[in-house]
Design a protein around this ligand. Structure first.
Ligand code: FAD
Length: 475
């Protein structure tokens, strides 16, 4: 068995286990950048090695955290209780079955590789978190990832037919099958989706595919204030138009993107807020939607730009792509929230944030998925300035309570992880939280898998962040 858990692990699995301090450091944190160093990292090349790892972890009572690309911004993949990290990225095979319109992938496959392979045979896998070049499908399933196209196409959950993987105790299980309908037994597949790596390790997934839209068209609409932009997004949806993307970007975020790109998106408007809208479909559908959208936009604002080719579209997209990185001019630290409210409450939420800016903390910028009510609220502050840090923390607390009061949720797509654990008891009743914890204990009686997440309060602002650049930071 070995004298230490790591020795036992190495005896069983050999070279896929590393205790090299450099490797352990690289697995100590994720996009949240708060480090807790594990004792060993396992990079399985065969899925059975995951079962072996979990069985050993249960024998030795070692915490295990599963990791895809580590692109989560919530600390969900951080080994907060140390122990072992399973890095899934070597398990990355993808197979597209065009006849049955599904793709089978191992959990470590990168989303963009799946999308490219699927589109290569004229099919389409719509969920598209902006991290698609790096994040893995296993991470997407664990977080029920969303993205830009959800307004028309839905989230990861809407495309998962079947999952395979290991229970926290090390037994192999399969939830769902490669069929389009499944009404057989409890739906544990959907319980795993969004369970943030706490109820099992996903090893294999089957994804439902749809026909690839033939073409798309991009619009950018400018508004003199945020309320007008958000109200316009509601009117567009109410008029029956189904944009594939409808992103809201507030005036402070647009200013940042303008500074970054040197491009004034609507010079006619002082501090514009914008909507970035995309429609897609076959040529007939696209023409129909284009006429409806142009007609609607004419009623909503005199300031609209349309991209007539890929190059023009890229230019319009700059406002969305550059706004997030540009925020660091407002402060060296970011509390990055992805709250969601009913569509009709977005205007109220944004006016509440305007009040927060005046009253408490002026560097709060908002952009995000107006078509879903899922807005990214970025509270920027300087860590070394204690007044700013305190005000940012207070602003966050008030924001979360307002979101819940408006009938919304503290996370629409990123998950809870460590970063939002403080607000779980505001979101859920004691009974609801107890049931979730009972479910966790049923799957994981020894509390091995991803302990310390969701249910234990963690305050990220009390920890020093690592000065580390992930590939997605280099934008
Ligand atoms: C630049 C940027 C843009 C982003 N944009 C979006 C966006 O538009 N929409 C969105 O929803 N998110 C977005 N995210 C957040 C993040 O990319 C997603 O949550 C993504 O799904 C995480 O995938 P990952 O492979 O990096 O998982 P990780 O970060 O490695 O892990 C995330 C969670 O999943 C668990 N996990 C990972 N793999 C498995 C597995 N095989 N089995 C069980 N549990 C597992 C981990 O334990 C952890 O709890 C963005 C992040 C960045 C950095």
């Amino acid at each position: 068995m070995g004298n230490s858990p790591e020795e036992a692990l190495q005896n069983e699995l050999g070279s896929v286990v590393s205790t090299d301090p450099r490797v352990c450091y690289e697995h100590a944190f994720d996009g949240l950048k708060i480090a807790f160093t594990p004792q060993a990292v396992i990079m399985p090349t065969e899925r059975e090695q995951i079962g072996t790892t979990l069985k050993l972890a249960n024998q030795w009572k070692v915490p295990v955290t599963v990791r895809g690309a580590g692109s989560t911004l919530t600390g969900g993949a951080t080994p907060v209780k140390a122990g072992w990290v399973i890095n899934m990225t070597q398990l990355n095979n993808i197979h597209v079955d065009a006849e049955n319109q599904y793709a089978e992938a191992q959990a470590g496959a990168v989303l963009k590789d799946i999308q490219d392979k699927v589109e290569g045979v004229g099919l389409f896998y719509p969920p598209d978190p902006s991290s698609h070049k790096w994040c893995t499908i296993g991470g997407n399933i664990a977080c029920n990832a969303g993205g830009l196209r959800c307004v028309k196409y839905g989230v990861t959950r809407d495309y998962v037919l079947a999952l395979k993987g290991y229970l926290p105790t090390g037994e192999f299980v399969e939830w769902g099958r490669n069929v389009k309908k499944f009404a057989t037994g409890f739906n544990i597949r959907d319980l795993w989706i969004g369970s943030e790596g706490c109820l099992g390790v996903v090893t294999d997934v089957t994804l439902r595919l749809i026909e690839k839209p033939e073409a798309k068209l991009t619009f950018l609409a400018g508004f003199s204030d945020e309320e007008k932009a958000l109200k316009a997004s509601l009117e567009i949806l109410q008029s029956g138009i189904r944009p594939s993307i409808m992103e809201f970007i507030d005036a402070l975020s647009v200013q940042g993107a303008s500074l970054r790109t040197g491009y004034s998106f609507f010079p006619e408007i002082n501090s514009p807020a914008v909507l970035l809208i995309e429609i897609d479909g076959n040529s007939l559908q696209l023409e129909n939607e284009r006429l409806k959208l142009e007609n609607q936009l004419t009623k909503l604002t005199p300031y609209t730009q349309v991209a007539h080719n890929e190059q023009d579209a890229e230019k319009l997209w700059e406002v969305r792509r550059k706004c997030s990185g540009a925020m660091f001019r407002l402060g060296n630290s970011k509390l990055n929230e992805d709250v969601v409210v009913p569509l009709s409450k977005m205007v109220k939420l944004v006016s509440f944030i305007r009040d927060l800016r005046k009253r408490l903390h002026d560097t709060i910028a908002v952009f995000g998925h107006a078509g879903d009510g899922n807005l990214h609220v970025n509270i920027m502050y300087d860590r070394d300035n204690s007044t700013q840090s305190k005000n940012a923390e207070q602003a966050l607390e008030e924001l979360m309570h307002e979101v819940i009061r408006l009938g919304g949720a503290i996370s629409g797509e990123h998950g809870v992880g460590l970063a939002k654990s403080e607000f779980m008891d505001a979101q859920f009743s004691a009974t609801e939280l107890q049931l979730m914890q009972q479910i966790k204990r049923t799957f994981d009686p020894n509390g091995i898998l991803n302990p310390g997440k969701l249910f234990e309060v963690f305050k990220p602002w009390e920890y020093q962040k690592q000065d580390y650049q992930f590939p997605w930071d280099k934008k």
